[in-house]
Design a protein. Sequence first.
Length: 285
Amino acid sequence: MFETALVALDLSPAEVPIAECLGDLRHWGVKKLVLTHFVRVGYAQGAGYGHESDLVAWLEKRATPLRAQGLEVEVHVRPAGSPADEILAVAAEVGADLVVIGSRSESRVTSLFLGSIARAVIQRTRLPVLLLWIEPTAEATAETCEAVCADTLRHVLLATDFSTHAAGAERAIAVLAVKAQRTTILHVMSQPILATMPHWPVMAEAALGAIAARAGAAGGPVETRTAEGEPAATIARLAADLDASLIVVGKHGQGWLESLVIGSTAAAVCETARRPVLMVPLAEA
């Protein structure tokens, strides 16, 4: 399912830790990385305009240690009026089945600053998107950063609402659970559902059991959990309690964040979970 990953890098302090995270994707089955940088053109041209050769050299520097780990790596520098559209266009061109973007907080005391490009990619993508959480290393500064991405398959947490929109995430967990050290499948029950469907907890346990059986069929320990509360906040809280290394969610779902501004529960979860989030649209199920 995950063999070729498109990685969008910028010239911010986040690019170094993101690049350092990418070797971990070998454990997902990724064999090829496409490192990309997009130079904004148009009315407000980006700082890299006219310096494409320097940008290629910069990406090649990031590619060298990844190639030493056995990964095939391509580098692309492209002009882009709309970077989000260009990211998805290049992903289609190279046959990527995963898009990787960094998500970083403004400081240790603020929540996620999910940039406009990342938001647009999440909203428009038909590919899975891995949001890598990036933390500043000093209070109230983004001059240096570090990534929270070590050993992402140590404990994978799938959050599902059983809707058709979660089907892609459920299929992804069946692939990742084979390689994960531990997998937990979670369903969060909201108060409106419990009020109108008193037998829902029993039904949910049965549905979780079916997903766990599929995920664990090829090996690897899989457990299930239910919880009550607001989905995004509850997922983030349990991910922290369980020390999950990766959260997997679908792009939309009943009872989840319905805002089309960002188009995904993944962004809401990533804002508070402070750990990598894999968002899987239905189209790639």
